[in-house]
Design a protein around this ligand. Structure first.
Ligand SMILES: *Cc1c(COP(=O)(O)O)cnc(C)c1O
Length: 486
């Protein structure tokens, strides 16, 4: 199958073929003239595809099979935590009492839903070591922005108006500087050292009276635990700044270490990553934010709280940054995360971290002989390789990623983080078997050998997919979303 042929097969319309059967009309045809404003009436046939019911069934089923998902294959997309989403989560989210509540119902009629949210907050407080949690933000980036807005409000409430700078490491996820900008703050970059960790001397140099916060991902995007995290917290606090913990990588420390205990003031979690909300299609997500006591007054309102035996929305929050999401967060994802936490239990959550880290280290060691390992040390839940050895042979990291498609794998994250040349970032997660890890590693080794012996096969990949290499920028900026009759 090649691109052009496929485009031809895609056109299934045959004049006169229909995919429906309607009863004979037994009422007079409505005269639309005069009913609709001038110009709203269609003057030509709509030009819809003319297909049978079976044609259309096969068309959509075929399209659905072209998708790759965690349920169809290995998905080691670094930084995204594409773990298996247990199906019990779906069953619980579909309970009538959860799926059919209306966001405008009176509190007294949704006590169960509010109790679930309140209890989820309590669990996340325990997991993160913070004092209070909001479940409003709809994604990690949204949580970052919410947290930074609270930090900004805190400094402003103290009359500390010159604190407008957010320090972000050069290995940070792109959302960090973006969130700082949207929160009206300015980003200052702090360098990583040769070990891939934040350079403390550089941190001391950039921190100061204008520091609003340090934003840190831990383990960082290289999969490395920031060893000097307590010292970093001390440096920033001594300068009067707040500490923001990007908790997207919680899968590496869950039930082992807590941002609150490391000295952090704010943390966001990605429930769709660590706590199994399905997120391959880009959402919906949930990005709760936890804060220490002195930031509680600034939490988005309403806050879900308990009065006696009753769960209520508390709007009486004069210093709140306001609502950050209509209604109250992405309820369905919060139900799934709650189900996951309760079904795993504390020992289960500990095992998550242990296997996530073990799986990553196992793969890293097996691959280290064939690909450059820029930071040769114990990793956490993910690791980065560099394709620079293969690049010298004319095979780029992009080629390696495309070649993996031929074997039915979703490629790892590539060219990120930016501080590693020809970066390949692999996150296996805890839910994959040793057999799956081994099969993937075997293919990666085969590709490394192909780069030496037969580079064309990698350079010209993929060979087995319906479409080959696309112009991704054009595909994203000028998508064709409408059926156009050939
Ligand atoms: C995924 C991720 C984010 C952003 O989270 P979204 O839910 O995609 O908005 C932020 N930081 C890191 C380190 C991440 O991996």
């Amino acid at each position: 199958m090649h691109n052009q042929d496929q485009a031809l097969i895609f056109e299934l319309s045959t004049p006169g073929r229909i995919g429906y059967s309607l009863p004979e009309m037994d009422v007079p045809e409505l005269d639309l003239e005069g009913l609709l404003p001038e110009g709203y009436l269609r003057s030509e046939e709509p030009g819809l595809p003319e297909v049978s019911e079976l044609d259309i069934m096969r068309h959509y089923t075929a399209l659905s099979r072209r998708n790759h998902g965690v349920d169809s294959g290995f998905y080691p997309l670094g930084s995204c935590t594409m773990k298996y989403n247990p199906k019990i989560n779906e069953n619980v989210a579909r309970f009538n009492g959860f799926a059919h509540v209306h966001p405008l119902q009176d509190e007294s009629s949704v006590q169960g839903a509010l109790e679930l949210l309140y209890d989820l907050q309590e669990h996340l407080i325990e997991i993160t070591g913070m004092d209070e949690v909001t479940l409003q933000p709809a994604a990690g980036a949204h949580g970052e922005w919410t947290g930074l807005m609270m930090i900004r409000a805190y400094h402003e409430a103290n009359g500390d108006l010159k604190r407008t700078k957010v320090i972000v490491p050069d290995s940070a996820h792109g959302t960090n500087p973006a969130s700082a900008t949207v929160a009206g703050l300015e980003t200052i970059t702090v360098k990583s050292n040769e070990n891939g960790l934040v350079d403390l001397d550089d941190l001391r140099r950039v921190v100061g009276e204008d520091t609003a916060a340090l934003m840190l991902t831990n383990p960082n995007t290289l999969g490395l635990f920031e060893e000097n995290i307590v010292e970093m917290a001390e440096i920033v606090h001594a300068a009067g700044g707040k500490l923001y913990y990007d908790g997207a990588n919680l899968n590496a420390v869950l039930s082992k270490a807590r941002p609150g205990d490391m000295g952090f003031d704010v943390v966001h979690l990605n429930l769709h990553k660590t706590f199994t909300g399905p997120h391959g299609g880009g959402g919906p997500g949930s990005g709760p934010v936890g804060v220490k006591a002195d930031l509680i007054p600034f939490l988005p309102k309403p806050v879900i709280t308990k009065r006696g035996e009753e769960f209520v929305f508390d709007y009486d929050r004069p210093q709140s940054i306001g609502r950050v999401k209509p209604y109250y967060g992405n309820f369905g994802i919060n139900v799934r995360a709650y189900t996951y936490i309760r079904s795993m239990g504390p020992d289960g959550l500990k095992a998550v971290t242990e296997y996530a880290v073990l799986n990553a280290n196992y793969m890293m060691r097996r691959l280290a002989e064939y690909y450059d390992l820029p930071f040769d040390k114990h990793c956490k839940h993910e690791f980065v390789l560099s394709g620079r050895r293969q690049k010298k042979l004319g095979v780029r990291t992009l080629d390696i990623a495309k070649r993996l498609l031929d074997f039915g794998y979703h490629p790892p994250t590539i060219y990120f983080p930016l501080n590693v040349e020809e970066c390949i970032m692999i996150e296996p997660t805890e839910t994959e078997s040793k057999e799956t890890l081994d099969s993937f590693v075997d293919i990666m080794i085969q590709i490394a050998k192909e780069a030496e012996e037969n580079p064309e096969i990698v350079q010209e990949a993929p060979h087995t997919t319906v479409v080959g290499r696309m112009d991704e920028a054009t595909a994203a900026r000028k998508p064709i979303l409408k059926y156009q009759k050939a």
